[in-house]
Design a protein around this ligand. Structure first.
Ligand SMILES: Nc1ncnc2c1ncn2[C@@H]1O[C@H](COP(=O)(O)OP(=O)(O)OP(=O)(O)O)[C@@H](O)[C@H]1O
Ligand SMILES: [Mg+2]
Length: 273
């Protein structure tokens, strides 16, 4: 599949049962800039998480992955989500982006309740506002690095998709790798393509799941600078899952998760009741 073929692909998540992440990437891109430009509410609050619980049924019984989380995020904030492996960070991030549905509770993005929308509605909202860097990258394997980054712009009908994609790939240090397919890239290079794909539309809200997890210290620092440039230049709100102390330290806010219980360390208040 090339990037143009993707234009004709369905944007309903249900059509991608075998590849939900590809579905999310394509569906969001496909709906993104066909929508009118989103104006953020005057309200400074961009995310409101209310009584969110995620429970799954396993062979060992019910497992609560996120337990009654309550918090808000203001526009332009940089929030680090930290916690041990298996504590629920990726699950919380997926819920906040509307990629996963909660057992109880609701999440509003820019004043719009995610779970009162259907999947297409959530995809459209994400397309207008959200960039997402997956922990496992989720690049489309049949597209080159350049095509992966161009995809959200092409689907949006941007005339200058290739130029903009090349600029951002250059900024992540991959000028010489644009023609490589994901399987021809190292883990860190794939991670940088995933970051470039999430950045290229200059989203108002960026979720990134361990964005420096596969990078050496120097490349990691460059990616952190890029994240905070987006935060400064575009007012992008950053929600970053990280084990990287230097990245967490750059964020003005820290949410800790311990066995699904979210605590806002900024005010030391327990967020689960
Ligand atoms: N669909 C599911 N069914 C059963 N268990 C699940 C499911 N999704 C997640 N879990 C479990 O919930 C816990 C939290 O998973 P999650 O991926 O959110 O952790 P994490 O904090 O991101 O960990 P890591 O730092 O290793 O990425 C894990 O123990 C995981 O095994
Ligand atoms: Mg995770």
């Amino acid at each position: 599949m090339n990037a143009t073929d993707a234009l004709s692909r369905p944007t309903n998540l249900a059509d991608f049962k075998n590849s939900p992440a590809e579905a999310a990437a394509v569906a969001d891109a496909g709906t993104s800039a066909r929508e009118p430009a989103e104006s953020l509410l005057d309200n400074a609050e961009i995310i409101r998480v209310t009584n969110i619980t995620k429970r799954v049924i396993t062979s060992d019984g019910d497992l609560t992955i996120v337990s009654n989380a309550n918090f808000t995020v203001q526009r332009g904030e940089a929030v680090a989500v930290v916690g041990a492996s298996g504590s629920g960070k990726s699950t919380l991030l997926g819920l906040m982006a509307g990629l996963d549905t909660p057992t109880e509770g609701d999440i509003a993005i820019n004043g719009e309740s995610l779970f009162r929308l259907d999947e297409d509605g959530r995809a459209k909202l994400r397309g207008r506002l959200v960039g997402f860097v997956f922990q496992s990258f989720q690049l489309l394997p049949s597209l080159t690095a350049l095509e992966n980054v161009m995809l959200p712009l092409e689907l949006a009908g941007a005339a200058d998709a290739e130029k903009r994609a090349r600029v951002i790939l250059d900024r992540v240090g991959l000028r010489d790798r644009v023609k490589h397919y994901p399987k021809q890239l190292s883990g860190g290079e794939q991670q940088r393509v995933a970051i470039a794909r999430a950045f290229v539309t200059e989203p108002k809200l960026l979720f990134a799941d361990e964005p420096t997890g596969n990078l050496d210290a120097k490349t990691g620092r460059t990616m952190i600078e890029l994240l905070f440039e987006l935060n400064r230049e575009c007012g992008t709100t950053l929600i970053l899952v990280t084990h990287d102390a230097s990245l967490a330290a750059r964020c003005g806010r820290r949410l800790t998760i311990d066995a699904g219980v979210v605590t806002d360390e900024t005010d030391q208040g327990t967020m689960a009741t």
